[in-house]
Design a protein around this ligand. Structure first.
Ligand code: AMP
Ligand code: MG
Length: 379
């Protein structure tokens, strides 16, 4: 866990509470009308004199006169002595200032103080992610700021002699550095602050300089590329030299096989495969949960089951992460691959709302069979 800090509610979208929020107010704060109409005592069908008014924000100072009805608006304080509200459309004016009212039970169309939330209740626990409804509730309680987990600081290092930043001209054999842009966006969506994005050429010196700077500044370092077994993959030896202890290298996952993870004294380090799909998939499955945990939030995204619309071939030795669209059908959720699934095909991530998790094994998940899916965050 990282430390905590006060955050203005208006700036807290996506942040994670570091302390529970206990209501100091009843919501609604007072008994109020749910309708525009007349505040009355409970009783049978009758004709009542109309006396006084209670409006939203302007309560009646006088109580309800015996045998009378008081005009009242939605959200206005119930006057003393009133037990129910008759909506205006259920009444009938008979002469100036007299209305016919139907029979009404006590409490009808009255919102009781505290029926939504009573003072002293824990409304949001520590670890709650602040979404628009949560921000609305915090504002309804009159809070201007809340204590949130500090955002993890992320440094991104993209390795590769072939990389150029978008906007530059490409020479033969070069490609644009798309991983840093996609990873930075994923990091922000997970609640992190992205401190830096560096490109390191494929030499030990360039790799060392970029990784040292990243380790000095960040809580979480994401390296893209250079973690395979190629002659120009320098990330692992340089990280070892910089005192980062390897925890694992290689996962039985497709895409994502060469994923590397290690720990430095003050940072977690993820070595993500360079292929653009692999880097995004492994960020989602490994880095995002770490970033959520560091903030004290629930680490994993929702997993459920969906019906495969087309056959999904299994891989003999590795679990597969198939990028899928989700469709709501009468018999529930269905998934279908976004398209061709090569780990270099970045457009297979476009429109993907879920990862289908196809277990390793022989044969296929047949069309119509259920497959486990992880729902991707909606940003
Ligand atoms: P590597 O993991 O370094 O062997 O890279 C695997 C593949 O991913 C190669 O085709 C690289 O050109 C490509 N790649 C590596 N880094 C990036 C990046 N930052 N943006 C786009 N593609 C990349
Ligand atoms: Mg490379």
């Amino acid at each position: 866990m990282l430390g905590s800090e006060p955050v203005p509610v208006r700036a807290a979208l996506g942040r994670v509470l570091a302390e529970p929020v206990v209501s100091t107010l009843d919501l609604p704060p007072f008994d109020s009308s749910a309708m525009d109409g007349y505040a009355v005592t409970a009783g049978g069908f009758r004709t009542l004199a109309v006396r006084g008014e209670s409006r939203a924000g302007r309560p009646s100072e006088a109580p309800l006169e015996p045998g009378a009805a008081m005009r009242i608006s939605t959200g206005a304080v119930m006057p003393a002595g009133a037990e129910a509200v008759v909506p205006v459309e259920r009444t009938e004016p008979v002469e100036p200032d007299r209305v016919r009212c139907p029979a009404v039970e006590p409490g009808t169309n009255v919102r009781r103080a505290g029926e939504d939330l009573s003072a002293g209740t824990t409304v949001l626990g520590s670890g709650a992610a602040l979404d628009p409804p949560a921000l609305g509730v915090l504002a309804a309680l009159g809070l201007g700021a809340v204590t949130c987990a500090r955002r993890p600081r992320v440094a991104i290092v993209a390795t590769g002699d072939e990389l150029r930043e978008p906007g530059q001209n490409l020479r033969p054999g070069q490609i644009y550095n798309s991983n840093s842009v996609a990873l930075a966006a994923q990091a922000r969506a997970a609640g992190a602050e992205v401190l830096s994005e560096a490109i390191a050429g494929d030499t030990p010196d360039a790799t060392r300089a970029a990784l040292r700077a990243a380790l000095d500044a960040a809580d979480v370092v994401c390296v893209s590329g250079g973690v395979s077994v190629g002659a120009h993959d320098h990330v692992k030896p340089v990280l070892a030299e910089l005192g980062v202890a390897e925890r694992f290298w290689g996962v039985r996952l497709r895409p994502g096989k060469p994923t590397w993870f290690g720990v430095a004294p003050a940072a977690l380090v993820f070595g993500l495969p360079g292929n653009p799909v692999s880097s995004m998939v492994t960020f989602h499955l490994f880095v995002r949960p770490a970033l959520r945990s560091l903030q004290g939030a629930e680490p994993t995204d929702t997993r459920t089951w969906a019906i495969a619309d087309s056959p999904l071939a299994r891989n003999a030795s590795r679990e597969q992460v198939v990028r899928c669209r989700l469709a709501a059908e009468p018999d529930g959720w269905h998934v279908r691959p976004t398209g061709e699934q090569g780990s270099h095909r970045l457009t297979s991530m476009l429109g993907a709302a879920a990862f289908a998790l196809v277990p390793a094994g022989e044969g296929t998940v047949a069309a119509g069979e259920r497959v486990e899916v992880e729902l991707l965050p909606v940003v």
